[in-house]
Design a protein. Structure first.
Lengths: 244, 316
């Protein structure tokens, strides 16, 4: 399949399949759109990609519609520790099926949290190689939808700098830089590199702030209490406040 | 139709009066700010008018400052009624936990170098010489004063911050603040509803790695956590943290973190330490029917004991 066909398939499946998932009334945070007559062949590689996000106890799957390759898919999943669960509401992974209007090149699109996954990851690349090797046109679109647990925290866009109780600056995390801030009790130097912020130097005694790990996720902080200095990553937060 | 017209006029009049009434009231909105007390960042979020905010900020600062002053190591006045009051609370948890929570661990924390951060792994003979100075049973608790034996030192770190939060929250509520939270470095009290008109979502820090272990949803509750990751040093590949088993003098083993939820933050604070140290935490929490806890053992397994609270487990 050449690049043009790949994008065409990607576009078709990305546009068509969410409607199919929604039509089934599924609450999904991810979906695998697979154009293949034998989807079971590539599932193990692709599932390795989503597996770490699904709890061991949640590895149940079901079929939302009669699937021509149900047995094959079931066997492949059983061999990797998944269990068939006939209740559509419980499983972590649910398969639906639709015949394509016309035969298409085999392809897949893995979408997680609304984003197309990067195919360069080893498992996906392996699956990609395998599906392309089959060559023959396919007549079946399989949609495997899965719900991921909530992501812990979202990556922040900027880090807010507070000194002596006042916000001094908001530094974008996408721009590497080093900046010094003078508080009433001394100087603190902040560094941003590769999307993460940290305290590079401080005139405080115990240097706890320098030893603190770099921050990048919304709500994460680095505190220099002696210098009344605080770095806090800005962005939408999952929680109101934190204990621990 | 004729009968409806006067009704409409009446409604307009009522609406106008209501609007006038609303416009006279000071506008309430959410305010967030931080204070630095107890060597940590204290987050405050309250729903109030700008006028109330100024008074609240002053009251909360006053409550924290008074707590910091009263319970600084070695500076406490052992006949101060508030000190005696908190000591009684600590003594109750000490007795209910068979000594797992003990505020006389001062000589131990000093020996290990935690207050000065000049960490030191003590030799067994050093521990042996310090352990006789530990034990709330050795404090002479008279009606108007505490009398310590020579060499004994109180460490209020396991209860005073929670007490300060309770004090500050009461001060804010007495000023008419009906929604908010006060969080002093993880010891917090939240009341009313959050900005989404739901229970407050409190993230429990993951004791290993980044992010949260899970989220509890509560209102009108205190929350406190004790964990082996908060203050520790490593020597020869082993972690030595700041929560001591008063019976051995060594950091307590078997857990990574304990979060306690209940009506009083001071008790949550003390209980989190007691449950962390104890090998039988359920026997302790049974004495506190309004309190619940989330425990993470040293394998990362999570257990919930005592009164159940809504807890949404998260995963990396």
């Amino acid at each position: 399949m050449d690049r043009r066909d790949f994008f065409k398939t990607l576009l078709v499946t990305t546009l068509a399949a969410p409607a199919l998932v929604e039509a089934r009334g599924l609450k999904s945070s991810g979906a695998l759109y697979l154009i293949s007559d034998s989807p079971g062949d590539v599932l193990p590689s692709i599932l390795t990609e989503i597996d770490p996000h699904i709890q061991q106890a949640g590895r149940h799957f079901t079929f939302l519609a009669c699937h021509p390759a149900a047995e094959k898919i079931g066997n492949v999943l059983s061999a990797t520790g998944w269990k068939f669960d006939p209740k559509a509401s419980g499983p972590a992974l649910a398969f639906s099926f639709q015949s394509l209007g016309q035969p298409s090149f085999p392809s897949f699109t893995l979408i997680r949290n609304g984003r197309v996954c990067d195919i360069r990851s080893q498992n996906l690349w392996q699956a990609w190689g395998k599906i392309n090797a089959s060559g023959a046109l396919s007549s079946c679109l399989t949609v495997a939808s899965f719900e991921l647990p909530h992501r812990n925290q979202t990556p922040g866009k900027a880090v807010a700098v507070y000194a002596d109780g006042k916000k001094q600056a908001s530094l974008p995390l996408n721009r590497n830089r080093v900046k010094a801030f003078d508080t009433r009790t001394g100087r603190v130097v902040v560094g941003i590199e590769a999307g993460r912020a940290r305290v590079l130097s401080s005139t405080c005694r115990h240097q706890v702030c320098i030893a603190s790990p770099p921050v990048s996720l919304a709500g994460e902080r680095v505190v220099c209490a002696p210098r009344h200095f605080l770095l806090e990553v800005e962005g939408p937060r999952l929680v109101d406040t934190v204990t621990g | 139709m004729l009968t409806r017209l006067p009704d409409k006029k009446l409604l307009f009049l009522l609406a106008a009066l209501l609007a006038a009434g609303i416009s006279c009231r000071p506008r309430e909105r959410w305010h967030s700010y931080t204070l630095l007390f107890f060597d940590t960042v204290c987050d405050i979020q309250v729903f109030c008018s700008s006028e109330q905010l100024v008074a609240t900020r002053e009251e909360i600062s006053r409550a924290f400052a008074s707590c910091e002053e009263r319970f600084s190591p070695g500076r406490e006045n052992l006949s101060d009624p508030l000190v005696l009051d908190l000591y009684r609370k600590a003594l109750r948890v000490n007795r209910d936990s068979a000594g797992c929570f003990d505020i006389t661990v001062g000589p131990l924390t000093e020996l290990w170098g935690f207050p000065s951060r000049a960490y030191h792994l003590p030799r067994p003979e050093e521990l042996k010489s310090v352990l006789p100075l530990v034990g709330m049973g050795k404090v002479n608790f008279e009606e108007n004063a505490l009398i310590l034996q020579p060499g004994m030192k109180l460490d209020w770190g396991g209860i005073a911050k929670g007490w300060g939060v309770d004090l500050a929250a009461r001060a804010a509520a007495s000023l008419g603040i009906r929604r908010g939270f006060i969080n002093a470095g993880g010891d917090l009290y939240c009341w009313g509803t959050n900005p989404d008109h739901q229970g407050w979502r409190i993230g429990i820090k993951n004791p290993r790695g980044r992010g949260y272990l899970g989220v509890i949803s509560v209102t009108d509750m205190g929350v406190a956590t004790s964990g082996d990751y908060q203050r520790y040093f490593e020597k020869d590949g082993r972690r030595y943290h700041h929560i001591f088993d008063p019976s051995t003098g060594y950091p307590a083993q078997g857990k990574r973190s304990v979060t306690v939820i209940g009506p009083e933050t001071a008790l949550c604070d003390a209980l989190s330490t007691a449950l962390f140290v104890s090998s039988d935490p359920e026997m302790i929490i049974i004495n506190y029917p309004d309190y619940g806890a989330i425990l993470v053992d040293d394998h990362g397994s999570i257990a919930s004991i005592g009164k159940p609270f809504p807890f949404d487990r998260l995963q990396e």
